[in-house]
Design a protein around this ligand. Structure first.
Ligand code: APR
Length: 232
């Protein structure tokens, strides 16, 4: 059972060049969330949704993990079995940095799924509305990303971990989207030490015992080293 649970958001990938959502020039300042991140938007205009995720998939493929992603992979490798990484991000930078035990609660940009039969497969670089599902052949393929109004993945495993971890760390998330926004309060109620690592205070800062402010690429490696020193 993991001793340390880490929740990451778009802020951990910001220094890898991937946009966040709610910062001053974030993705939701350029696109209407209702058009590209809801099932209704997909039904209305699947080509627009595919274009949005094709562009993000290309950005992600061209990006590299930064020192924060690498530090979390080092933490997991040094404390085998003790670290659970839950991410709201759909990029694959944690995996490319070497993290193994990763729960992508909002799905994965590099995976595709069928809106009808839910079969999943590695996403091609460019997806089109006319792509047939490899399993059922219906033209209902979509990025395997969880949209607003849909149930996030791995919620049972996350709910169990939140009640039992000793340390809960949130990195680079504004704490504005549920259910992830509620994890810190639940972990704190269950007795965990909660630490927030972010560029600035967030909507949920008061839920945390400890705050480390600054860019993830510097504050996350420092925090990981402190955890490893304390684990000796
Ligand atoms: N280092 C650390 N934190 C940073 C950095 C950085 N270099 N740059 C930005 N941040 C912080 C911002 O201060 C903000 O608190 O990252 C956070 C990004 O917040 P959001 O853009 O709201 O991203 P996130 O919290 O991941 O959004 C949650 O909303 O739209 C949905 O599904 C989408 O998973 C996403 C969810």
């Amino acid at each position: 059972m993991a001793r340390i649970m880490i929740l990451t958001g778009a802020g951990i990938s910001a220094e890898s060049g991937l946009g966040t959502f709610r910062d001053k020039d974030g993705l939701w300042t350029k696109y209407r969330l209702e058009d590209v991140a809801t099932p209704q938007g997909f039904r209305r205009n699947p080509a627009q949704v595919h274009a949005f995720y094709n562009a993000r998939r290309a950005n992600c493929a061209a990006a590299a993990p930064n020192a924060a992603h690498v530090a979390l992979a080092r933490l997991e490798a040094t404390l085998p079995g003790q670290v659970l990484l839950v991410t709201q991000n759909v990029d694959d930078l944690h995996q490319r940095a070497g993290s193994q035990n990763v729960l992508q609660m909002h799905g994965a940009l590099m995976r595709a799924t069928c809106h009808t039969c839910r079969h999943t497969w590695p996403a091609p670089a460019e997806m089109q509305p006319t792509d047939p599902c490899p399993a059922c052949a219906r033209k209902a393929t979509r990025p395997d990303v969880v949209w607003f109004g849909e149930m996030p993945y791995h919620m049972d495993a996350i709910a169990e971990a939140v009640e039992r971890v000793e340390i809960f760390a949130a990195i680079g998330t504004s704490g504005q989207v549920w259910p992830a926004a509620g994890f810190a309060a639940a972990a704190r109620r269950a007795g965990a030490h909660c630490v927030e690592l972010n560029m600035e205070r967030s909507e949920i800062s008061e839920e945390f015992n400890e705050h480390r402010l600054g860019p993830a690429s510097s504050i996350v490696p420092e925090w990981v080293q402190d955890i490893l020193n304390a684990s000796r």
